[in-house]
Design a protein around this ligand. Structure first.
Ligand code: NDP
Length: 247
């Protein structure tokens, strides 16, 4: 489905991002993942190489901090000179620094906003012009149901994820006439290293609120990303992939 397409997946070294990268590779795309941890990156790259379906497919890992504007600009410039064009951008890298607002440090506010939201400005700004020149492109931003409904103890995270949604809708309007689509996925509760730290009671309480009765898997989100990557008439939307959590 993605033969001859080239995709960047930020935070593709673990969890949801790695699963999206793997599914894109299995569907024939060249895939470049971004991450900051070298060991995780090397392990992920190994998995991506093994998932290739044709010999000409390229997979690559870039050690790049998505919150740093210059670092992202330079990395994307290098990739454009190697690959010619980037067809799909998945902004998936994200972190949490949870706390009640009363106890939330300025540092935790800034870090979450920088990694989760400024990163989206960084990558989209670097790719908007090249995608316009190519008269096409697909941007998929991994937001969260928390960006839709909020959550006590996650004001920074919720603000970053809600910000992504407003950003995506604006970009969809700005770039539609050039054939570029921008959509969000809002995952519910997905089994990754981000959520494994939660106490068992909290996990059980969350499952009770999921009509489909189970925690999501990274592949549930990857399937949605593949759908959006190949859905030519969908732009500016937020697709909740949450087992019905926020119906
Ligand atoms: P993980 O913690 O499992 O993975 C996060 C990924 O982001 C890693 O690959 C990490 O790589 C990368 N990353 C973190 N900071 C940076 C940075 N500064 N620059 C580049 N890469 C970075 O998270 P999930 O897979 O659970 O989450 C992925 C996305 O989905 C996030 O945006 C998250 O907010 C969102 N989401 C997750 C949900 C869940 O239940 N798990 C629910 C709703 C949304 P490295 O460590 O190498 O930097």
């Amino acid at each position: 489905m993605l033969n001859r397409k080239t995709a960047i997946v930020t935070g593709g070294t673990a969890g949801i991002g790695k699963e999206i990268a793997l599914l894109f590779v299995k569907n024939g795309a060249n895939v470049i993942i971004f991450g900051t941890n070298r060991d995780r990156a090397a392990a992920a790259l190994h998995e991506l190489e093994a998932a290739r379906v044709n010999d000409s497919q390229k997979v690559l890992c870039q050690i790049a901090n998505v919150s740093k504007t210059k670092e992202v600009e330079e990395t994307i410039q290098t990739l454009l000179s190697t690959f010619g064009q980037i067809d799909i951008l998945v902004n998936n890298a994200g972190i949490t620094r949870d706390n009640l607002l009363m106890k939330m440090s300025e540092e935790d506010w800034d870090e979450v906003l920088d990694v989760n939201l400024k990163s989206v400005y960084n990558t989209c700004k670097s790719l908007a012009r090249p995608m316009m020149k190519a008269k096409g492109g697909c941007i998929i931003n991994i937001s969260s149901v928390i960006g839709l409904v909020g959550n006590a103890g996650q004001a920074n995270y919720a603000a970053s994820k809600a910000g992504m949604i407003g950003f995506t809708k604006s970009l969809a309007k700005e770039l539609a006439s050039r054939g570029i689509r921008a959509n969000c996925i809002a995952p519910g509760y997905i089994e990754t290293q981000m959520t494994e730290v939660l106490p068992q009671q909290v996990k059980e309480a969350v499952i009770e609120k999921i009509p489909l009765g189970r925690i999501g898997k990274p592949n549930d989100i990857a399937q949605a990303a593949l759908f959006l990557a190949t859905a030519p008439y969908i732009t500016g939307q937020v697709l909740a992939v949450d087992g019905g959590m926020v119906i």
